[in-house]
Design a binder for this molecule. Sequence first.
Ligand code: UD1
Length: 426
Amino acid sequence: MDKLRITGGTELHGSLDISGAKNSALKLMAASLLTAHPVTLTNMPNLADTRFLSQLLSVLGVEVYWPNGTNECRLNAETLSSTIAPYDQVRKMRASFNVLGPMLARYGHATVSLPGGCAIGARPVDLHLKALSAMGADLLVEGGYVKAAAIHGLKSARIVFPFVSVGATEHAMLAATLAKGTTILENAAQEPEIADLATCLNKMGADVSGAGTSTVTINGVESLSGAQHAVMPDRIEAGTFAMAAAAAGGDVTLQGVPVASLLALNDALLEAGVEVDADIEASTLRIRRGQTPLRAVNINTQPYPGFPTDLQAQFMALMALAKGTSIIRETIFENRFMHAPELSRLGADIAVRGQEAVINGVSQLYGAEVMATDLRASVSLVIAGLAASGVTDVNRIYHLDRGFERLEEKLTACGANIVRLDGAEG
Ligand code: UD1
């Protein structure tokens, strides 16, 4: 199994480009199932997760043209050979579940495996199912599969989500594009990736408005056409690199950043004493930190526009080095502190109490062998390793490859000392 070896203690200097957003790309790929015409996605991040979903789409009969190493992917779902998404293809990645709604909306039936348990929490799909059921789907959960049928097509509904769910909002939006009548989603998630999905759907001929606010209105249409769409840049990748620069010190400019979507992080970084120059027009974020010590900052993860759960682990790595005590509350997932004991191996002083982590900042972290447990947790270990003195080996980096494109290459270009060792050496 590959590992990353980081020799820490070097400042980061330079500039790096932000890739397309994984969390947007996956839902855009699912949208291709809604139409018999090709959907071309540019700025596609080359990641294990996006490649994995393209395999599932192939299994369903979608013609996927995505040459290795490129960032343009053409998906043609002219005819599907199957509307059954098998367990093996869905259990590994939760976003795969979102193929259910589009197939159901277009074909009137679909069978999709329930997504497996996930390391960061229970992550049920009840809200997804309630939304589809409100749109007239007959659902049967049997043998680990959701069997869905809507023989006469889906119909419109007014769906009020009891709490904010990104996945359920996107799923309902996808399905409603081909439902009869006007569907209204209330208490919808407002993440920028939802607005990106709506933009692409509208290019395909859908009629979606309000995406990115808490009320989304979808006027169903008969059929959708193809489209070309550039995946929005990855705010989580940008935020991660911002924190890497803040932790290691130096002067890094991130290019192609969806700056307006990172305000919660920018505020927290400024409060921590990091110099942040955000240029919305130029889509750049410049992060600087010299010898000034970091200050402790408390955060609560929240749905957008609050502090993203996907940046919580990285912020913890940063706070491990701050002067004072910070408290991080994770409100989205019940088990998303698995990085805490690994960060402690590097010398961090972190106590987890239920949904809260209390971090007493230390003046120095020291390299050690650590293990990645999930995608964002893994990259928090990379950040800590970059700031630590000595050598940090991060094991199980397949998690990282799920969501970060050319991570070592990008960091190395900014002066980081980070190499991938293949399994034989590790
Ligand atoms: C969530 C994050 C998203 C992040 C992604 C990957 C939020 C609001 N969502 O999206 O930003 O990119 O994880 O880390 O921050 N839930 C149910 N029933 C459902 C669906 C969800 O109880 O049917 C619960 C979840 O367990 C969770 C909360 O609702 O506690 C929010 O989940 P949701 O937004 O749906 O998760 P993702 O779409 O995976």
